[in-house]
Design a protein around this ligand. Structure first.
Ligand SMILES: C[S@@+](CC[C@H](N)C(=O)[O-])C[C@H]1O[C@@H](n2cnc3c(N)ncnc32)[C@H](O)[C@@H]1O
Length: 474
């Protein structure tokens, strides 16, 4: 066996961690499949790498569909992110719960005293995304004999030079889908071409819709290459006229932006110019109200964020008076706001400076004054806190950790355990890094894992959130 060889008719066993799937080669060597396959399918694979203990492979085609696949309703199709759509929702939950259990199973201390809760299911399984980003692209493929000058939808997962055309996204709500249709039709008729990422020229790049699910307010953003030489005053006024018309038709559109996106990288960048109505839209979490601007980070499923944070709140032990909490990896909001009611003082630590502007505005708007936003790296902050602020605050009652998906700085964990907070709540969106970090914590400190709660916020995708509580015992 060597790189690029084809392995035929391989049975896919299960999801093992984040987006990796497990199978076995004919010689029983482990195969790790990256992305995009339903368990119990039979597939042909191409070998990407051969290591001592496993083979890395990619799916070429599905030979036999998995028995877990359900027939989809007529207008449903699998695009970009919703790869699990054909799997029955109950089965999706089973797979996700099992994935978290397996990831944590090897931690010895975990099995004895831990309360492993049943997965919390999402109450809504369609139309839950409050932000959808569509991309424009020209698509030419001699292999597939396709020449399509105007594609407008999602990037194909892991293939950033390919866009999938489709007409209905089941993860977005109906209004977002309706708005998308109007923009699709307008942009095709506009006479302006889709952006060419190879020449860094031409016009249409992305279209973003954000919808607040409590107020129903909608923000739309056209991301375009304003350096395109064919973009004239007439085009500009057409786009503005269309923006006025579409907000007349969809009354919930409260904010329209054009993003002057002249960056070479294929991202939605930062130069947002307000075209119509308000600068921000409003969203609610519990009794708190938040302003969302085009740059704001925002939980993708806002209603369900309340459910996630209720799990966090329920896990906080409130036996004694709660004085100080540290909210690590805070971004602009959300966790600190629920802590503000429970603690006398909360420190919210976040690396990105821009987050503080949103944070300040939202804290003021909600009359919250017992929280301090600290713009710092968590790993550095913990050292400083230890020396300076701790003298004033004394013991810390709670650490909340909600790190990025892939990585926590290697200095962060030793500093976290050195801290001796009486309880830690770890919110994770990646069971494998969660397992690695918990392993480090329990082996190097007196913490025990008391509770593990898997929470499904993203039906039909492989994403799973887990909330874990640790208590300092020794
Ligand atoms: C999963 S998000 C946090 C979400 C947030 N807790 C909430 O309630 O919505 C992770 C955050 O960690 C921040 N971050 C990444 N590395 C960091 C570091 N070394 N120190 C502090 N913050 C960091 C990122 O900017 C990002 O905002």
């Amino acid at each position: 066996m060597k790189k690029h060889d084809i392995l035929e008719r391989i049975f896919v066993e299960k999801l093992i961690f984040w987006w990796k799937w497990l199978a076995k080669a004919p010689d029983w060597k482990k195969i790790i499949i990256t992305w995009g396959v339903i368990p119990e399918s039979i597939v042909n694979l191409r070998i990407l790498k051969i290591k001592n203990s496993y083979i890395d492979a990619q799916v070429l085609d599905v030979v036999k569909k998995s028995p877990l696949e359900d027939k989809l309703p007529d207008h449903f199709q699998v695009y970009g992110g919703c790869k699990w759509l054909p799997i029955k929702y109950e089965k999706q939950l089973e797979i996700k719960e099992e994935q978290v259990r397996e990831a944590l199973y090897h931690i010895r201390e975990f099995t004895e005293n831990t309360n492993f809760h049943k997965i919390v299911a999402s109450p809504e399984i369609y139309g839950y995304r409050n932000k959808v980003e569509f991309s424009f692209w020209k698509y030419i493929s001699s292999k597939e004999q396709v020449h399509d000058d105007f594609r407008f939808w999602f990037h194909k997962q892991w293939e950033f030079d390919r866009i999938i055309n489709c007409s209905y996204c089941v993860l977005a709500d109906d209004e977002i889908n309706e708005i998308f249709k109007e923009v699709d039709s307008f942009s095709r008729k506009s006479g302006l071409p889709t952006y060419d990422p190879f020449n860094h020229d031409w016009f249409w790049r992305h279209f973003v819709v954000r919808k607040a699910f409590y107020t129903w307010d909608i923000m739309i953003i056209f991301s375009v290459n304003t350096n395109y030489s064919g973009y004239s005053k007439i085009h500009k006024s057409d786009l503005e006229k269309f923006s006025a018309e579409i907000s007349e038709k969809f009354k919930n559109i409260k904010s329209v932006y054009i993003l002057w996106n002249t960056w070479k990288a294929d991202i939605v960048s930062w130069d947002f110019r307000l075209v119509f109505w308000k600068e921000t839209i409003r969203e609610k979490l519990f009794d708190f109200e938040f302003e969302i601007n085009p740059k704001s980070f925002f939980q993708t499923n806002s209603k369900w964020a309340e459910v996630l944070y209720s799990q966090v709140m329920n896990l906080i032990k409130k036996e004694k008076s709660l004085d100080v909490a540290l909210d690590l990896y805070a971004w602009t909001w959300t966790i600190w706001i629920i802590l503000s009611n429970l603690f006398k003082k909360v420190y919210s630590v976040e690396l990105v400076k821009e987050a503080s502007l949103d944070w300040e505005r939202n804290a003021k708007h909600n009359n919250v004054s017992n929280i301090e936003f600290v713009n710092a790296k968590v790993e550095d902050f913990l050292n400083e806190f230890e020396t300076d602020i701790r003298k004033e605050t004394g013991l810390v009652d709670l650490l909340i950790i909600d790190p990025p998906r892939d990585w926590m700085h290697p200095d962060a964990l030793p500093n976290i355990i050195k801290f001796n907070a009486s309880q830690i709540i770890y919110v994770s969106c990646n069971p494998s890094t969660l397992a690695r970090d918990l392993d480090f914590i329990v082996k190097n400190s007196g913490y025990e894992i008391t509770d593990v709660i898997p929470v499904d916020m993203f039906p039909h995708t492989h994403h799973i959130e887990t909330v874990v509580r640790l208590e300092l015992k020794k």
